[in-house]
Design a protein around this ligand. Structure first.
Ligand SMILES: NC(=O)c1ccc[n+]([C@@H]2O[C@H](COP(=O)([O-])OP(=O)(O)OC[C@H]3O[C@@H](n4cnc5c(N)ncnc54)[C@H](OP(=O)(O)O)[C@@H]3O)[C@@H](O)[C@H]2O)c1
Length: 240
């Protein structure tokens, strides 16, 4: 069997209006796909569509609102590929356990875990049988540090969700990308010494480009015999 081509396919990227998701949308367009991006703020959808140009459509969808997600997929029609990259930057990251506010800790799961599940729940009804879903976690799942227990657990939960959904939804394939430190819009604004602190020990001692991470999503979309897998794109950080 040939690898799946993305040419002419409909690729949906939830969280595709900035950062990694935007790079996935741009790469899918380059590969000849029709792309639909969605995120919670209309202004970011409009900004992304302007930058993506022809072949892209976009909608405002808040993944915290299941009704919003259901309406989005109800109006979308059949599609081939789904990438979920929506994420917020939970306040619990870095909080020592003794100061942990459990309500904030629960909130860390809202967009990235429960939001992903809402999107899969409603998106699976109209995804093509030969299609695939790619979720997103993060390297802290494999490299916890002090104060990041909640985020480590949340990201690990996404990896286990991926494995379970690959069984549940087969023959639709379900995989995840696990990025290391990526130079998205938000991260490029960080002080240089902080960026160096995150990246100096890596075999590839720099932040990843969003386009380099997007390659992993495109591989998982095309790779018809790959399901239930987590692909680390971390500059080699997990091996040192
Ligand atoms: N960048 C990194 O170094 C890195 C490393 C490891 C893991 N990750 C993970 O990768 C994912 C993407 O990261 P990124 O750096 O690309 O982030 P980003 O640039 O902040 O993009 C996040 C996207 O999610 C959307 N979003 C946020 N809340 C939403 C909601 N409630 N409903 C729908 N869309 C929502 C945002 O758009 P709106 O504001 O319009 O909603 C935006 O399009 C995140 O889960 C992040 O944790 C990133």
């Amino acid at each position: 069997m040939e690898a799946n081509s993305l040419s002419g396919k409909k690729v949906v990227v939830i969280g595709g209006t900035s950062g990694i998701g935007f790079a996935v949308a741009a790469a899918a367009l380059d590969a000849g796909a029709r792309v639909v991006v969605a995120s919670s703020r209309q202004a970011s959808v409009q900004g992304a569509l302007k930058r993506l140009g022809d072949g892209a459509a976009g909608f405002a969808v808040d993944v915290n609102e299941e009704g919003d997600v259901e309406r989005f997929f109800g109006g979308l029609g059949p599609f081939d590929q789904l990438a979920f990259t929506a994420g917020d930057w939970g306040a619990s990251l870095g909080a020592p356990l003794r100061e942990l506010d459990l309500a904030v800790a629960r909130g860390a799961f809202a967009v990235r875990f429960w939001g992903a599940l809402a999107v899969v729940k409603h998106g699976r009804r109209t995804i093509a049988e030969g299609g695939s879903i790619t979720l997103t976690d993060g390297i802290i799942a494999h490299r916890p540090f002090k104060g990041a227990a909640v985020n480590t657990a949340m990201l690990g939960a996404i990896e286990h969700l991926t494995r379970a959904l690959a069984v549940d939804l087969a023959p639709v394939r379900v995989n995840a990308v696990c990025p290391g430190f990526v130079l998205t819009e938000r991260n490029t604004r960080l002080p240089e010494d902080l960026i160096r602190g995150f990246t100096a020990r890596l075999p590839l001692a720099r932040g990843g480009a969003p386009a380099e991470v997007a390659e992993a999503y495109l591989y998982l979309m095309r790779g018809g015999y790959t399901t239930g897998q987590v692909l680390l794109v971390d500059g080699g950080g997990s091996v040192v």
